[in-house]
Design a protein around this ligand. Sequence first.
Ligand code: SF4
Ligand code: F3S
Length: 106
Amino acid sequence: TFVVTDNCIKCKYTDCVEVCPVDCFYEGPNFLVIHPDECIDCALCEPECPAQAIFSEDEVPDDMQEFIELNAELAQSWSNITEKKDALPDAEDWDGVENKIKYLER
Ligand code: SF4
Ligand code: F3S
């Protein structure tokens, strides 16, 4: 499966949802997650993310391992998103800021 990680938080560009053939992205207030049981590992979303926040599960950086479980958990309660929308207002300012997980809204 593929996993959305830290740099999506407070950016949420949503380019990723446009290319997913199985519509397995789920949306929270300032972050998106991938449902691990629905993702078919097509890899199409990974290069689409302007924030480079999407990784294959086996390539998630060591300091972001918690996002694997977090995607699985939040995908259970968040709503499905299938169409691109505007990024969050300050997305450009937050792109590249490290350790944004403390700002994650559920
Ligand atoms: Fe969707 Fe493919 Fe990305 Fe999985 S790897 S979330 S199936 S676009
Ligand atoms: Fe997030 Fe990148 Fe998608 S910032 S919403 S994973 S395009």
